[in-house]
Design a protein around this ligand. Structure first.
Ligand code: ADP
Length: 472
């Protein structure tokens, strides 16, 4: 149980982030400390070396001035290294024989010195080294230098003081390091927890939504920037899903309604015929005719739905051919003249003499007839409908304009959606698939469709095609 809890904690983001913060903090401070430590060490050693070289220069000039005795007297006068463990002086000849020295009992393991051969840039022949003795427990910095071609000097200075001083520094850092680890772990834990608490809110929301609380949203204010962004994205994704669900529900309702009405009508006709006393063959013929009519409407609706899906999926390849657009529009107008006349609608055209387009004739025909049908259907009596075609900036434009009932601002963004009808009461015929098909066809022949409309004033649908041979 405990082990399992520990394993779970060990795999948690909180633990890993805390560990990461602590490790990063400790490694950075260790690197900083090491760099500082070695800088101090180098500076101390350098100072010591310069001091040793100064000493050698001093004794070189003393030897020339006062001879060996003068040097001996000076060393004795200065009383240097009276405590033999602090360091030593040795004067030796070119054979390595010691001519004079301070108390060497502490330094007796140090080998006999030799006159160094290599001269430095100042002309001084010397050698500086760190001597280890007493099995490495004690260290000394020593300089061995030639005073004259016949005499040499070796000065050694214990590094005990330097190591004591560096040890203090090391101990101080060890105490600091422990406190740093504690503080960095605490800070890391605090920061990681903050991020995790914020993320937990997103997880909780997702869990609640999976249980069906679809209106739940993540509170994004006052959170870390990244979590705020995650929350906002999450919320907008939820809003989008919500809208999709709503529109799917609406489409379902519409399909159900549009399927149910004709089926109910078919059933009603059949029932009426059964109840009626009139069993004549004509009555049955009427019933069959009405049933066929309703079934045709249903089949057409289903076919249109399938056609839209296929167009959107790109299943139906367009058959491009060059043809006279003016003729296509005139033929479409001819079809609608009788209906327009019956509604006293003035169907006007504004067309050039000739306009050749390369496109899919059948699809363009359906697009134009659908738009014309809507323009007439949604116009009251005595209004006018105009269709025009022109070439502008290398594009072919077809406008279908009416002065009919228009489309409200709220409805306008939805009219190309499947089953969308602005008239909720469905007082006019239609199922709300015409414009979806028009859009799918237009896009499949590389065109675009736009609409401008003012409620109660009229609408204008514009088709735009590239005036080129580049149609699939
Ligand atoms: P419908 O079969 O209902 O005509 P459409 O897809 O062709 O379906 O059109 C969708 C809706 O857009 C229509 O129900 C109608 O409310 C609106 N609409 C389309 N064309 C026009 C127009 N020219 N004038 C006013 N409203 C229109």
């Amino acid at each position: 149980m405990f082990l399992e809890k520990f394993r779970e904690f060990k795999n948690s983001l909180l633990f890993r982030l805390t560990l990461l913060y602590a490790l990063a903090f400790v490694s950075l401070s260790s690197i900083g400390f090491l760099a500082f430590y070695y800088r101090i060490y180098a500076v101390t050693m350098n100072t010591l070396d310069v001091e040793l070289q100064d000493e050698v220069s001093k004794y070189t000039s003393l030897l020339t001035k006062s001879g060996l005795e003068g040097v001996r007297a000076a060393i004795a006068d200065e009383g240097k290294f009276e405590d033999g463990e602090d360091g030593f002086y040795r004067i030796f000849d070119s054979n390595g024989n010691i001519l004079m020295s301070t108390d060497m009992s502490f330094w007796k393991t140090i080998p006999r010195p030799n006159l160094p051969a290599n001269k430095d840039h100042m002309g001084m022949a010397h050698e500086i080294q760190t001597l280890k003795f007493h099995d490495g427990d004690s260290k000394a910095r020593s300089i061995t230098a030639a005073l004259t071609p016949d005499y040499g000097i070796q000065i050694g200075e214990s590094l005990e003081e330097v190591s004591d001083y560096l040890d203090i520094f090391l101990n101080l850092f060890s105490v600091l390091a422990v406190s740093l680890i504690l503080v960095s772990t605490l800070i890391g834990w605090f920061l990681a927890r903050r991020a995790i608490v914020d993320m937990q809110e997103v997880t909780d929301t997702a869990q609640e939504i999976s249980k069906g609380v679809f209106h739940r949203r993540v509170h994004v204010n006052g959170r870390l920037k990244e979590i705020q962004r995650l929350g906002t994205t999450f919320n907008s994704m939820l809003d989008r899903i919500d809208t999709l669900l709503r529109s799917m529900k609406e489409i379902n309702d519409n399909i159900a309604h549009d399927l149910r009405s004709p089926l109910a009508r078919i059933r009603g006709i059949a029932e009426m015929n059964l109840i009626k006393d009139d069993n004549s063959i004509d009555a049955y013929k009427d019933m069959a005719a009405s049933t066929i009519e309703e079934c045709d409407a249903l089949i057409e609706m289903i076919n249109t739905m399938l056609e839209i899906t296929e167009e959107e999926a790109g299943v139906n390849k367009s058959q491009a051919e060059s043809f006279e657009l003016v003729q296509l529009i005139q033929e479409a107008c001819d079809i609608f003249h009788p209906i327009a006349k019956s509604k006293k609608i003035d169907l006007k055209t504004s067309l050039p003499e000739s306009l050749i387009i390369k496109s899919d004739r059948r699809k363009l025909q359906r697009i134009v007839t659908n738009l014309l049908e809507n323009a007439i259907k949604y116009s009251p009596e005595n209004k006018s409908v105009a269709i025009s075609a022109s070439v502008q900036n290398g594009e072919i434009l077809i406008d279908v304009e009416d002065a009919g009932i228009g489309i409200s601002k709220n409805d306008l963004p939805h009219i190309f959606e499947r089953f969308y009808r602005c008239d909720r009461s469905r007082s006019r015929s239609g199922v709300g698939l015409g414009l979806s098909l028009v859009k799918a066809y237009t896009e499949s022949i590389n065109g675009q469709i736009y609409v401008k409309s003012l409620f109660n004033q009229g609408s204008c649908f514009t088709l735009r095609f590239l005036n080129s041979d580049d149609v699939n």
